[in-house]
Design a protein around this ligand. Structure first.
Ligand SMILES: [Zn+2]
Length: 477
């Protein structure tokens, strides 16, 4: 199979479970060993973030696939999980040595088994509750690596696989211990393949909240636990003995999860009145997620029963439906209220009350745009319509052209087909969420494929940008 025809997973900004502000607090905790490890994790995390921001966009026709991505992209015929757990043995080279493949017996390593089981429980929730076959709904293989680094205080999703550290042992224990943390990281993969919420500001906080919601639902579903019985905690098993706290986050009572001399105090707001304006942590994505988290819990408790059968369905419908990557809280509230209305009056009331309870006003939702059709994989045919728009720029000039692919020169037609088939545009729009002042923004709609993206020009490769410019302003005969 030519490399260019492999379905390329859309990339995602690097997402970690421990927010930078916690690591900052730890790096000044007064305990030299904790400080050293926290600083090492911070440095590593910053390097990873920078890496993902500067990662060059996929060149047309030659997507770069890592071994993990190639494994993950291989088509599956059956609807069953396909897991591969690797051991980094304290190195930072991914994915490490394969220690447990799908269907194999447990190993002697608790972390590998916890990861294997957590990946399975996540797959099962999405399959049984939402009829979704893995993160991409196409049976994507689930790859994880354990024992990443030495004393590494984090777990993250790197756009194609899960990575778990062992923790420093004094503040954090191993990151595979909490099933909701595993579900949280994998849910970043689901968001990546669906709504593609920008990992910054309010859309980033929604991205984080959705990971907490589905992470908690993985735990509740595996334990067959009702909303009333659930603890709504994220990472309760990660905190080492002696740490003053219950978990990393408390979805029901944001801001109360911990208050520890070394960790600091849980900074999450529970209400829009306390929304935190900050440039740190990608605009407070792990902080303000407390607000939509609490909205979800309030609705789930009002409806009772199993949350994955009630409000979980509403959130899932919105995540996989008519939602834009830059969705804000008010728009998300309006979307969930509309989806709840389609269920029944009781659900509608519960979801409306929940948003009111956290001070998010759905009336402030941005004007809904045309309904987004789900992205379909594969190349568009030559009769497909492409709409290219270039906005922004110092002069504020708007250029737009609507064209059928067959009307373009053959080379350009093929480049567009490859660009859509490899999902390079979605990838670029996810990676590059910052707009530079006066830079152009390119918008592309391919209605037949459900593609509707906006990408700052710095997020495009030279090939991609010149293709768009040629399409917008065809050379004169
Ligand atoms: Zn996250």
């Amino acid at each position: 199979m030519p490399r260019s025809s492999l379905p390329l997973p859309a990339h995602h900004p690097w997402c970690a479970i421990i927010p930078p502000y916690v690591l900052e607090a730890l790096s000044q905790s007064g305990d030299p060993e904790v400080e050293r490890r926290a600083r090492a994790t911070l440095q590593h995390d910053e390097a990873m973030r920078a890496d993902r921001r500067t990662d060059p966009s996929v060149r047309i026709g030659e997507p770069t696939l890592t071994a993990v991505e190639q494994h993950a992209a291989a088509p599956r015929s059956t609807e069953a999980p396909s897991r591969a757990i690797h051991d980094c043995a304290t190195s930072r080279t991914l994915p490490g040595t394969l220690v447990r493949a799908e269907g194999e017996k447990p190993t002697k390593d608790a972390a590998a088994n916890e990861a294997y089981d957590g990946l399975g429980d996540t797959w099962t929730l999405f399959k049984e509750a939402f009829d979704r076959n893995s993160l991409d709904d196409r049976g994507l293989a689930m790859v994880a690596s354990v024992h990443y680094g030495t004393g590494y205080d984090n777990a993250f999703w790197n756009g194609s696989q899960m990575v778990f550290g062992d923790g420093d042992g004094e503040i954090f224990l191993g990151f595979t211990r909490s099933i909701d943390v595993i579900g949280h990281e994998l849910a970043h993969g689901v968001t990546q393949y669906t709504a593609g919420l920008n990992y910054e500001g309010q859309s980033g906080a929604l991205n984080e909240s959705i990971s907490d919601v589905f992470g908690s639902l993985v735990k509740q579903h595996a334990a067959d636990q009702s909303a009333a019985a659930a603890d709504w905690l994220i990472g309760a098993d990660l905190l080492a003995p002696g740490v003053k706290g219950r978990a990393l986050r408390d979805m029901h009572h944001p801001g109360t999860a911990y208050d520890d001399p070394r960790l600091g105090k849980d900074p999450q707001p529970a209400h829009m009145d306390d929304f935190v304006e900050t440039t740190a942590d990608n605009g407070g994505v792990h902080i303000n997620s407390g607000i939509p988290n609490r909205a979800f819990v309030l609705a789930a408790l009002e409806l009772g029963g199993n949350a994955w059968e009630s409000v979980g369905q509403v959130w899932y419908d919105v995540l996989t439906g008519d939602i834009k990557a830059d969705c804000d809280f008010a728009t998300f509230a309006a979307l969930t209220i509309a989806a709840a209305k389609a269920v029944d009056a009781e659900t509608h009331t519960a979801v409306s009350n929940a948003w009111q309870g956290v001070g998010v006003d759905p009336a402030k939702a941005r004007t809904p745009r045309a309904r987004k059709r789900p992205t379909r994989t594969g190349a568009p045919n030559k009769n497909a319509k492409v709409v290219v728009r270039r906005t922004g720029g110092l002069a504020g000039q708007v250029l737009q052209r609507e064209v059928l692919l067959r009307e373009l020169p053959t080379d350009d037609c093929e480049q567009w087909q490859a660009l859509v088939a490899t999902r390079a545009l979605e990838r670029a729009s996810l990676e590059q969420t910052r707009t530079h002042p006066d830079a152009f923004t390119y918008e592309v709609d391919v209605p037949s494929r459900g593609v509707q993206v906006a990408i700052p020009e710095v997020g495009l490769s030279d090939d991609q940008r010149t293709l768009m410019d040629r399409t917008l302003l065809p050379p004169r005969e």
